[in-house]
Design a protein around this ligand. Structure first.
Ligand code: F6P
Length: 363
């Protein structure tokens, strides 16, 4: 009997369970394969005893509807740069990839499907280069992987952000206020841009287009007559002023990323300092964007990715990541998968449409 190990790494994302179910259902059709999940990315393999669960029919039935991941996840389990606590309390980063590969092989696994974003797929690539049979499935609400036109979770995040934005519009209007809503996305403004168009924002601030605070103040003031008016702003967590830097706080030790967040408050302060007299309120949407049930679209995309990853496994096509390009589900090498970041194009159709509607990017 051959054995497959599945894991989810990095931040969670609506649709992860649908991928797990897609893989498990497809693999269970094969008489000579069994499928297991590792708890909390590769940490389940490092645990003594290992924390692995067999992905039986009863464990995966109906899970495509649920948010999160039944396998749990972490953005602190990079085996190539693993945080190990020292006796004196300090932390040392060590490369445990050889040990990990040995453990996986000793446990009898023939291949691994790693479901994760760019950080996770860089790990997949490193392990593949060292001889592990790995297949990647892309995941991120940020939609920042250039190898695929879309990642599951993104559409759900945009829907949640848009629903929240709609609610802020009515209260902004009632109080003649400026409402700033901060969304996730890291260095890519996809969630903000889609939400701004879907919700009808006056201003959309994204990392790819640094803003001029004075232009924003003028735009806001132009929306007020005799003290009455309102403005709704969507700002991406990685947005920055023309002469400024992003707002971040250091993540905990061993974390994949520096933590972003807080630009809504920074923008509010900058607007006031630049002379904006309107009343301003800030909303940081945060992790609600990643929570709850995936939309039907994301369930479908995640399921398709899962089944395709299982097909790649059966064809022994390792070292590849599943993609969706021009309506075709295919795959690229893990190296290609992580080579380029998917930034919003300043000349792309979305920015053009937004400008056509009169949405200001503050540039
Ligand atoms: O990459 C997905 C994402 O949700 C980003 O949009 C956000 O900056 C980050 O993860 C938050 O990570 P954490 O779960 O560590 O707070």
């Amino acid at each position: 009997m051959k054995k497959l190990l599945v894991l989810t790494g990095g931040g969670d994302c609506p649709g992860l369970n649908a991928v797990i179910r897609g893989i498990a259902k497809r693999i269970r059709k094969e008489k000579d394969w069994e499928v297991y999940g590792s708890k909390e990315a590769f940490n389940g393999v490092f645990s003594d005893p290992p924390e692995l669960i067999k992905l039986t029919r009863s464990r995966t039935a109906g899970i495509h509807v649920r948010g999160g991941t039944i396998l749990k996840t972490t953005n602190k389990g990079n085996p190539t740069n693993f945080a190990v606590k020292q006796p004196d309390g300090s932390v040392k980063f060590v490369d445990r990839s050889d040990e990990l590969i040995k453990r996986i092989k000793d446990l009898g696994f023939d291949a691994v499907i790693n479901i994760g974003g760019d950080g996770s797929q860089k790990i997949s690539q490193a392990l593949f280069k060292k001889g592990l049979n790995v297949i990647g499935v892309p995941k991120t609400i940020d939609n920042d992987l250039s190898a695929t036109d879309m990642t599951f979770g993104f559409q759900t995040a945009v829907q949640i952000a848009t629903d929240s934005f709609d609610k802020l519009v009515t209260t902004a209007e009632s109080h003649d206020r400026v409402m700033i809503m901060e969304v996730m996305g890291r260095d890519a403004g996809w969630i903000a841009l889609h939400t701004a168009i879907a919700g009808g924002a006056e201003i959309c601030l994204i990392p790819e287009i640094p803003y001029d605070i004075h232009k924003l103040v003028r735009r806001i003031q132009s929306r007020y007559k005799n003290g009455h008016g309102f403005v709704n702003i969507v700002i991406s967590e990685g947005a920055k002023p023309k002469d400024g830097t992003i707002t971040s706080s250091q993540g905990s030790q061993g974390s994949e990323h520096v933590r972003l967040g807080g630009v809504a408050f920074q923008l509010s302060k900058q607007l006031k300092e630049a002379g904006c007299t309107a009343e301003i309120r800030e909303t940081v949407l945060g992790h609600v964007q990643r929570g709850g049930s995936p939309t039907a679209f994301d369930r479908v995309l995640a399921t398709v990715f899962g089944v395709h990853a299982a097909e790649l496994l059966l064809q022994q096509k390792f070292g590849r990541m599943v993609t969706l390009k021009n309506n075709v589900v295919s795959s690229v090498t893990l190296e290609e998968a992580t080579a380029n970041y998917n930034f919003v194009s300043k000349d792309g159709y979305l920015v053009k449409a937004a400008r056509g509607l009169g949405i200001s990017f503050g540039d």
